[in-house]
Design a protein around this ligand. Structure first.
Ligand SMILES: Cc1cc2nc3c(=O)[nH]c(=O)nc-3n(C[C@H](O)[C@H](O)[C@H](O)COP(=O)(O)O)c2cc1C
Length: 339
């Protein structure tokens, strides 16, 4: 059947169903269907499959190719995941004011289309730390992805590879940087929760360096944890025995909430490959509470100019500078690598 006839038939069936279906007669989805057909990208078979599954699943997509936009995955995730894991994925801070504010903020950003421009070959490439990416869309670090899918970050890395996107790997990922890099087919960036122990921070950076990571993404906004009310509510309705997996009482954010387990940071880190094999006995937090901008400079300092994390300590040094930082000139003089 040629494509034009195919489309007409599909459209006819679509209209018949539209008038028969109470779901569609609401008009809520009709615009999207019509758009789908108008694009000419959909075959009758695909369309009917989509419609069946849509009706059976009360509006939840059952495969990625049914998604119109990224928000269609939210309902699918809510359906597929245990409540607490979905809560972790979906939560904002406090009463989710941050999520609302973000969306509201983005709604003010528009793409201004210029007309009569040749758009046959669009170059959206960006250069980041010596690598050219064909798209400016990057995958920011998201922890513990095996809580959402057995393949976790490996699946995400494969998706990044398929789309030519840069991936950032969380320190508390459930996949190692070596595995993620292999699946991505190119180095990933390592996100760093430095912890309060400099040697741990340094070991993560060194491991990332060895895996070819050209950049470290230092997270600076988890010093005091965060009050994730949507997560806490979801935890209350999740009837599973959380302590079966969450053996540790430590979490980076659940301030003052009921705790699942009894252990400390070492138990928490047991399922975090980037922390495996490290001495975590002195670690009490993923981010040092006294971290300041000098700490960042210290992290970024070339080898030999590192101050073993003393940048975060308060007080004055022998050289009379606050916060353990030596003067630039003193640093230049001091060429002995303490890194
Ligand atoms: C479930 C989840 C886990 C996250 N884990 C991390 C993490 O391990 N490290 C980090 O630096 N940011 C983490 N983030 C923050 C994201 O990288 C990102 O900065 C944040 O979600 C804001 O971007 P968005 O508005 O696109 O969601 C996480 C976010 C979510 C939703």
């Amino acid at each position: 059947m040629n494509r034009a006839i195919d489309q007409v038939k599909t459209r006819r069936k679509f209209l018949q169903m539209l008038s028969a279906s109470p779901l569609l007669s609401s008009g809520l989805f009709a615009g999207s269907f019509a758009h789908l057909l108008a694009t000419g990208e959909v075959t009758e078979k695909k369309f009917l499959g989509w419609l069946n599954s849509f009706q059976q699943n009360e509006g939840v997509i059952s495969s990625p190719d049914q998604a119109f936009d990224v928000m269609d995955f939210e309902a699918a995730a809510r359906k597929a995941l245990p409540p607490a894991h979905f809560g972790y994925l979906a939560t904002g801070v406090d009463d989710d004011g941050t999520v609302r504010a973000n969306r509201e903020g983005y709604s003010h950003i528009q793409i201004r289309a210029r007309r009569l421009i040749n758009v046959e070959d669009i170059d959206m490439s960006v250069n980041l730390f010596g690598t050219k990416w064909s798209t400016p869309i990057v995958l920011s670090p998201v922890s513990a992805q095996k809580a959402f899918h057995p393949e976790g970050e490996v699946a995400l890395a494969r998706a990044a590879r398929a789309k030519g996107q840069l991936m950032m790997l969380s320190t508390v990922a459930t996949t190692s940087i070596e595995e993620a890099t292999a699946a991505a087919g190119t180095p990933v960036w390592q996100q760093l929760y430095p912890t309060n122990v400099w040697e741990v921070s340094r070991a993560i950076v060194k491991r990332a360096e060895a895996a070819g990571s050209p950049a470290i993404v230092l997270t600076v906004d988890l010093q005091e944890g965060s009050n994730r009310e949507t997560l806490f509510r979801a935890q209350l309705v999740d009837k599973r025995e959380c302590a079966a997996c969450h053996k540790s009482a430590y979490t980076g954010f659940a301030r003052g909430r009921p705790k699942a387990g009894t252990g400390g940071f070492t138990e928490y880190a047991a399922r975090k490959p980037m922390l495996n094999g490290l001495d975590l006995s002195k670690v009490t937090a993923v981010q040092p509470p006294n971290m300041n901008s000098r700490y960042r400079d210290c992290q970024a300092a070339p080898q030999g100019h590192c101050h073993a994390g003393r940048c975060t300590t308060s007080g004055r040094t022998r050289r009379g500078r606050p916060d353990g930082l030596e003067s630039r000139r003193a640093r230049r003089r001091d060429s002995s690598p303490d890194d």
